[in-house]
Every structure is written in C-alpha cells, then in structure tokens.
Design a protein around this ligand. Structure first.
Ligand SMILES: Cc1cc2nc3c(=O)[nH]c(=O)nc-3n(C[C@H](O)[C@H](O)[C@H](O)COP(=O)(O)OP(=O)(O)OC[C@H]3O[C@@H](n4cnc5c(N)ncnc54)[C@H](O)[C@@H]3O)c2cc1C
Ligand SMILES: NC(=O)c1ccc[n+]([C@@H]2O[C@H](COP(=O)([O-])OP(=O)(O)OC[C@H]3O[C@@H](n4cnc5c(N)ncnc54)[C@H](OP(=O)(O)O)[C@@H]3O)[C@@H](O)[C@H]2O)c1
Length: 573
C-alpha cells in the first residue's frame, strides 16, 4: 500500500484516544504547538492505569503500588511533583499528579470523559480520520457520534493486553485462576493458599498486597533466578540517583563498542547489588542454581523494598516453573515438588500494548501482511501474538506518517514519564513541519533495521518489551527533533553551547552532567526558534531536585525505614 506521505495542506485537528499519561502529555505538547486537540477517554478522569478501577478487564495499579522511578526523574519536564510527595510517590499521588497536570495546562476542557472510541476509519476523499465514539454505559449504538480529524494519536495503553500462558491440565483446576489485570481486591484472598506465577514488578506488588491481607500460604513460581534490587540501599542511597548523565553516556558508549558487553556489565551490576543488599538471598531457593538468570539483555530487575525479606523470613516460598496442574487443587513444579490444596493461581505473567486493534487493517502496525519480509524474520509467536509494532522510531505510522502516531509501544533508557514527554514534544515538532521526516524509503529501512536487531535479541532469549529503543542515536534524535538542545550543551566540546555553559554557569553544568537525570533538563535550554518551549523554572527546579536528592538520606531515611521496612529484619536490606 502506498504511504499517505506529505503534510502539505493538512489541517490542525488532532484526535487522541486515551487520557492516560501518554494521551495527556501528547495533548499538552500538541496544543502547545497550536494543534486543536480532542481527547476521548472512556474512564471518568485522567491517569490511565494509575486510576483504581474494579473493572477486571482494565489494567490498574494496586493501591499499595509505589513508582519505581523517583519524583525528580519520573516527572514531566515543566511540572514538578508537589513538595509534599515522597521520593517514590504512591499510585494515588501519581493519579492526582496527572489531574493537576491536566488542570495546570488547561487540557481538561479538551477531554471527553466516559467516552469510548469504538471505531476508526480513514476517509480517502477528505484525507481525514473518522472516529465513532460511544458514551460509556449507553446500551447501544443509538447514542454514537462521529468526529473527523486531520491526525490521529492512539494512546490506548502501554500495558493493556494480558499475556496468559497455557498451563497443562488447567481445565482440571477447581480453584480460581486469574491474571494480574483482574486482581483488584486482595482482601478476597485472605486465608487462601495462593500460587503467584511470574516474578516481575507486578508480582512484587501483588505479593506485598497478599501478605498485607494475610494469606494462608504463598508460593511464587518463577522460571529464572530472582534478581531483586531495592529502591533505597541499606546505606540510605536512592538507587536511581546513581545514574547521572555522565554514566548514561558511558553506558551508551559501551553499547556502541559491544551491545552484549554493555548488557552483561549492567546485569552483573544488578547481581552485585542484590548480593550486597540481601546477602541471605544468595543461599535461598529463589536464587538456586536449578534456575538460570535470564539472558543479559532481558534482565529486568524486580524493584522492591520488601520482596527479598518475604523470601528470607519465610512468608513467601519459591518454586520453579509449573509443569502441570495435576488435580483439582494440585500443582506440580519443574523440580518434582508439588503444592496441595491450592485455592488461587494468580498469573503475573506480563502485559503488552494493544494499539492496533481499533485500526483498519491497512493502518495496523502489528499487521504482518503490510511488510511480510520484515515481520518474516521474527519467530511466529511474536507475530501471531501481535507483540511487535512496525513503526518509524517506535511511534510514527509508516503508512500515514504525518497523520497517525501510536504511543506506548517503545521504551528507552529514560524513566517512562520523561520519555513520554520527549516523544510527544518530538511528535508535535514533526507534525508542525518544524523538522522534516525522512523519505518513505529511509523510514522503511529504519523500521527494518529495528526488526533485524529485535530478531537478533530474540535469538539470545525471550524479549518481553519488544519496543526497546536503547541506543544513543535514538535519544539524540528525539532531543534534536524536540529541540531540547541538550546534546549540544552537555559533553560536546565541539559545540560553542557547551563551552559557553561551562564557562558562564559552571555550577549548573556540573549538576547537569554529574547530578540526577532530572526531567526538567528537557525544558532547560532555549530552542533558538525551533523546538518546544523552554520552561523558565527549569534551572531552579533542577538545582532544587539535586539539593533534595543530596539531602534525602539525612532528612528522610529514618522515616522511610520505619514506613517501608516495618516488620522486617533490618539486616535484609
Ligand atoms: C502495574 C504497572 C506499574 C507501573 N509503574 C511504573 C512506574 O513506577 N514508573 C513508570 O515510569 N512507569 C510505570 N509503568 C509503566 C506504565 O505503562 C506507565 O506509567 C503509564 O501508565 C502508561 O501510560 P499510557 O497512557 O500508555 O497507558 P494507560 O495508563 O494504560 O492509559 C491508557 C488510557 O486509554 C484509555 N482507553 C483505552 N482504550 C480506549 C478507547 N477505545 N476509548 C477511549 N479511551 C480508551 C484507558 O481508559 C486509559 O485511561 C507501570 C506499568 C504497570 C502496568
Ligand atoms: N511499582 C512499579 O513501578 C511497577 C509495578 C508493576 C509493574 N510495573 C511495570 O509494568 C510492566 C509489566 O510488569 P509485569 O511484572 O506485569 O510483567 P513482566 O515484567 O513482563 O514479568 C512477567 C513475569 O512473568 C513470567 N512469565 C511470563 N510468561 C510466563 C509463563 N508462560 N510461565 C511462567 N512465567 C512466565 C516472566 O518470567 P520469565 O522471565 O521466565 O519469562 C516474568 O517473571 C513492567 O514494565 C514493570 O516494570 C511497575
């Protein structure tokens, strides 16, 4: 199919589906560039999965979830989190933060809440998107309305579709089997015997919740050795703060020499950290040698302050992968051990984006028939399960680059909220025509290279987050398109910007390269006429965030310990 290329004559009306973090920041950054945005959100408020819901088909965090990114790095570039938030805010605080963000930038008036987009079509004659929307709760299509837009942003959820494994013999099980997406009320499981499958961050939150309500017996079945790191080390260091811009550049540089070597070094650092934080875990069943570590590139540590203690202090048992369900309440594990009288199997086996299901097939980025050769190099389980989106730079449609974007499939080496801000700043610049998109051929080649790299990674082990855009070139491109001018100011001694900053404001320069990777860096420098607006408050916010990060231990560590390590032996963390 020929691409709908070229932006000449396109109007400024943008329809956005979803008012989660991505939809809201897209609305704000596109409106800032002069686009007329309308957002459709089926929930009653903003925040996406950070809003609690009892709907078992919608992903939402648990009430006991805290962010694994800090409030200084995992924020929007021109909207710091409130002073009274803890360094790792709770789910409820994040939801309120997005409410505040939408209010502060006057985005709410552009959002139609309780409105679900039920169909999307492209009108070739008018070159517009037609969205059919329905009020949530209305019984049928009689209340449907249609809207036309010049461009469309799909932000329906980065973690929307549950990945559910087939477990041999599961039809015999007489207890309850549910996926984490449907796990909304931990109190239902008080006094039950629960087997949690999978050991990712969702498992960690679910395990905390289950232990909190008091279960009879709790087992976690995991195929790989546990890799658990704390948010805060036993010395009172916030782990994320050890990542500076300088260190990030070093990792990127190592990656350029050898991706495998860089991944191995990072994975080994995680292991060292686990050993130092939880020495007793080394001899625990969760780390026994009958299970391997995941391939270096797919090591995703579980970030948790209590999981290791639950293992060590016996509240949580570890078992290897499930071989079969061998009776109405009976589970057999890979090492031959069994669990009897199991009431509940909770599948914390992951989620994936679902950005294509509303789209006509000719615009669906997961549709292998649009690029059979490119998709053909991936194992069929990735294409049949629609796990890979073929996009330019992870968010731009190859079929309709000036009119269609999909947000939520790609991840990079930045905290998610920063990345969302940066990507949508870049999108606004591209669609405003301030930065040229390359030729169709170049975009296709770039997408093919991405598929090729992904296929290479898959050969070494399963890839969970298939939209991984890890290289420095990607971050540089995003910053260049968005107009942040970050890379001309930091560490680039061929650039006069860098020398000028170093000479005129040494304190700021040192803070930027050697301090925390603050979100506000993205709005610090003037774009010199092309790019997103700078935020006048950025310098102060960066200095303040660094000051607070430096003082965190002396001001908050004791209080944090009593809040987060309550009931646990201090020696574990
Ligand atoms: C359990 C969990 C914890 C996480 N914790 C962190 C963390 O600590 N730090 C971090 O940086 N990232 C974290 N993440 C990553 C997370 O993906 C992001 O924080 C973020 O919520 C993703 O935003 P989103 O807008 O893509 O999707 P969502 O938050 O899922 O929002 C999508 C929105 O689209 C709406 N929608 C969907 N379909 C339609 C439709 N047809 N019509 C109208 N509206 C529709 C939904 O109602 C929803 O509001 C976590 C993810 C999970 C699953
Ligand atoms: N507090 C927080 O910040 C927080 C909380 C929750 C989630 N999140 C984020 O949300 C995203 C999703 O997290 P998640 O934990 O739901 O998913 P995940 O990170 O993909 O973890 C899934 C787990 O399930 C296991 N698994 C998958 N398929 C399996 C199968 N067929 N049989 C047995 N085990 C299987 C995996 O093990 P293998 O390695 O063996 O495949 C892995 O341990 C992540 O990005 C995470 O960081 C963040």
């Amino acid at each position: 199919m020929a691409a709908h290329h070229g932006s000449a004559g396109l109007g400024m009306r943008v329809g956005i589906i979803g008012a989660g973090p991505l939809g809201v920041v897209a609305a704000k950054n596109l409106a800032e560039e002069g686009f007329e945005v309308t957002v459709f959100e089926r929930a009653e408020g903003v925040g996406g999965l950070w809003r609690q819901t009892t709907n078992t088909q919608q992903t939402s965090v648990l009430p006991n979830t805290f962010t694994n990114t800090s409030k200084f790095t995992g924020a929007m570039a021109d909207f710091p989190m409130p002073d009274d938030y803890p360094v790792h805010p709770s789910a409820d605080q994040i939801q309120k933060y997005f409410q505040g963000y939408a209010k502060a930038f006057d985005i709410k008036r552009h959002i139609r809440f309780s409105t679900e987009v039920v169909a999307v079509a492209y009108d070739n004659a008018t070159k517009t998107w037609r969205l059919t929307v329905r009020s949530v709760g209305s019984p049928d299509e009689r209340s449907d309305e249609t809207f036309n837009f010049d461009r469309l942003v799909v932000a329906t959820g980065s973690f929307k579709k549950p990945l559910i494994p087939d477990i041999k013999g599961q039809e015999q099980f007489e207890g309850e089997i549910l996926h984490s997406q449907a796990f909304k009320d931990p109190t239902k499981y008080r006094d039950k015997t629960v087997v949690v499958v999978g050991l990712g961050n969702t498992s960690a939150d679910s395990i905390s919740a289950l232990i909190g309500v008091g279960v009879k017996r709790l087992i976690v079945s995991h195929r790989h050795k546990a890799v658990i790191i704390p948010r805060v080390t036993k010395e009172g260091k916030i782990l994320e703060f050890t990542l500076t811009f300088r260190l990030l550049m070093l990792i990127y540089w190592l990656q350029k020499i050898s991706k495998g070597l860089a991944a191995t070094i990072v994975a080994s650092e995680f292991n060292k950290l686990q050993d130092a934080s939880y020495p007793a875990l080394r001899k625990h069943r969760a780390c026994a040698n009958d299970r391997k570590l995941p391939a270096a590139h797919s090591v995703q540590p579980v970030v948790s302050d209590d999981l290791a203690s639950h293992f060590i202090e016996g509240r949580l048992e570890s078992a290897p992968g499930i071989t079969a369900i061998s009776g109405p309440r009976f589970i057999r594990f890979a090492d031959g051990t069994e669990a009897k009288d199991v009431d509940v199997i909770l599948l914390c086996t992951g989620l994936q984006p679902d950005l294509g299901s509303l789209m006509p097939s000719e615009f669906d980025p997961y549709n292998p028939s649009l690029a059979p050769k490119s998709f053909g190099i991936l194992p069929s389980r990735y294409t049949d399960e629609r796990r890979v989106a073929r996009l330019y730079q992870g968010f731009i449609s190859l079929q309709c680059p000036h009119q269609l974007a999909f947000l939520g499939s790609c991840i990079a080496k930045r905290p998610n909220f920063q990345l969302y801000d940066l990507i949508t700043m870049a999108l606004a610049q591209l669609w405003a025509g301030n930065y040229p998109l390359p030729s169709q051929g170049e975009m296709e080649r770039s997408a093919d290279d991405f598929m090729h790299d992904l296929a290479g990674l898959i050969k070494k082990g399963d890839v969970k987050l298939t939209g991984i855009m890890g290289a420095i070139e990607y971050d540089q491109w995003l910053n260049d398109v968005a107009g942040t001018r970050l890379y001309s100011h930091l560490g680039n001694w061929f650039s006069s910007d860098c020398w000028r900053l170093w000479w005129n404001d040494r304190k700021l320069y040192k803070t930027l390269v050697g301090g925390i990777v603050s979100a506000h860096m993205l709005r610090l420098f003037d774009s010199k006429g092309r790019g997103r607006k700078a935020w006048p408050g950025a310098r102060d916010a960066i200095m303040e965030a660094n000051e607070r990060a430096r003082n965190w231990k002396s001001e908050h560590f004791e209080e944090w310990k009593s809040e987060h390590w309550k009931g646990q032996k201090k020696g574990n963390a």
